[in-house]
Design a protein around this ligand. Structure first.
Ligand code: HSE
Length: 447
């Protein structure tokens, strides 16, 4: 140790000193990368004041140089990403490529070479959280990924820093702009799914392959990252229960509207005690009914909103632009400034904290409310038979509504909070009941 109590490791970053330039390698020049480059150039004077030294872009690595000849200065353009990373004058590597395997190699190479990394890549962070955190610790450099969750909305930073002294109970919200844009459009204009998806793609909200958005993979990666930070536990995308919106029909949207609800794709991360009294964490993404009076119901278009509930802080809400080139670039720029300041003045941002390492609950252990819509025979005793099945599984009903069909009845039940495993058993038994013609939908409900 030195006199100042700092580790004497040769890797310790004492800072380059006030006024020193900070070299940036930009990996990727797509929707986000182009905006990052533009903003770094446009705001260069202000950024220099905020950092204490100028940002200098040393190169922009792309796979196909032809595609970018008109938009990137020739002296910066390269297809040799590893060569760019390893240049001595590069201090920070900014990864905005997307995908997992190739960017993982690049980011690990950068961290091992002692470069700080800023990434917007949620799939990468959610798949290799611990490995990337360990690599940044080993080299004593920064790994920032604010833009990986909800683009412009600062939520990673507040969870890592501002709430570092509190105990977080849950993080819940709308973290995918594309699906919110689609569901909101279907609800408010009556447009169909394909029309809304095409528009989301045109506006640059959707991923290159929109499957990641509409099947919930994008939101699951973000949920994994939020849960990992909030609960000091590595949670991977594969640990997140995931359902997308492709099965949501215009009829579901209409039925929800008629009952005073709106359907949103929610990511829900929680810490709770399971039946055995063990503290566990769970993360899930699925279409959810939200009452129209709920603040999340009014989150429209591609906006995102995230609620954090912490023991001491209570409930906090973060709201804003969760997709698109410039909003995502804003978060990337914020991280670049943070990493660059540390390069100039020394020190490091908080790294990955996974000390709690809590067990991940099975999805069946999770508690929520359910909205069960079914077609049933319209005769005496049917409701009693159905109610008995819920009772046998310890599930309490909160509301029961019946609509008259021509030769059948439509029964809509809303439960009190119940365990997923019990509800699944109930649905299986209901399907066997002669009086039940069909289960139209089972949608979870949050209030
Ligand atoms: N495709 C994402 C979304 C944007 O629609 O929210 C960035 O994560």
């Amino acid at each position: 140790m030195t006199d100042h109590g700092k580790p004497s490791s040769p890797q310790y970053n004492p800072g380059k000193g006030e006024g020193s330039p900070v070299g940036i390698a930009l990996l990727g020049h797509g929707t986000v990368g182009a905006q990052v480059l533009r903003l770094m150039q446009e705001y260069s004077d202000e950024l220099e004041h905020r950092i204490g030294g100028p940002l200098e872009v040393k190169g922009v690595a792309v796979r196909n140089m032809e595609k970018h000849r008109d938009s990137v200065p020739a002296e910066l353009l390269t297809d040799d990403a590893f060569g760019l990373i390893n240049r001595d004058d590069v201090d920070i590597v900014v990864e905005v490529i997307g995908g997992i395997d190739y960017p993982r190699e690049l980011v690990l190479a950068a961290l091992k070479a002692g470069k700080s990394v800023v990434t917007a890549n949620k799939a990468l962070v959610a798949a290799h959280y611990q490995e990337l955190g360990d690599a940044s610790d080993e080299s004593n450099v920064d790994l920032y990924f604010e833009a990986a969750v909800a683009a412009a909305i600062p939520v990673v930073g507040p969870l890592r820093r501002s709430l570092a002294g509190d105990r977080i109970k849950s993080v819940m919200g709308i973290v995918n702009g594309t699906t919110n844009f689609i569901l909101d459009g279907m609800d408010s204009t009556g447009a169909d799914y394909d029309e809304m998806l095409a528009e989301a793609t045109r506006l640059g909200y959707a991923e290159a392959d929109p499957t990641a958005d509409v099947e919930g993979y994008d939101a699951a990666s973000k949920a994994a990252i939020l849960a990992s930070i909030a609960f000091h536990t590595p949670v991977y995308a594969s640990d997140v229960h995931r359902e997308g919106i492709t099965n949501i029909s215009p009829e579901d949207i209409k039925a929800a509207r008629a009952a005073g609800y709106v359907i949103k794709l929610l990511a829900i991360c929680e810490r709770f005690n399971n039946e055995e009294g063990q503290e566990v964490v769970a993360a899930r993404v699925h279409p959810t009914l939200v009452p129209r009076s709920h603040p999340l119901a009014s989150v429209s278009k591609s906006f995102n909103a995230i609620f954090v509930e912490a023991e001491a802080a209570g409930r906090l809400m973060f709201y804003g632009n969760g997709a698109g080139g410039a909003p995502t670039a804003s978060a990337v720029l914020g991280d670049i400034v943070g990493a660059a300041r540390n390069k100039v003045h020394g020190g490091r941002a908080p790294g990955q904290s996974t000390y709690a390492n809590l067990p991940i609950a099975d999805f069946g252990e999770v508690y929520t409310r359910y909205h069960v819509d079914m077609s049933v025979e319209d005769r005496i005793g049917v409701l009693a038979e159905i109610a008995k099945i819920f009772t046998n599984h310890g599930i309490s009903l909160r509301t029961v509504r019946q609509h008259q069909g021509e030769d059948h009845a439509r029964l809509i039940l809303v439960t009190h909070s119940a365990r997923e495993k019990d509800l699944e058993d109930v649905v299986e038994e209901l399907k066997q009941l002669e009086a039940v013609r069909g289960i139209e939908s089972v949608i979870r409900l949050e209030e």
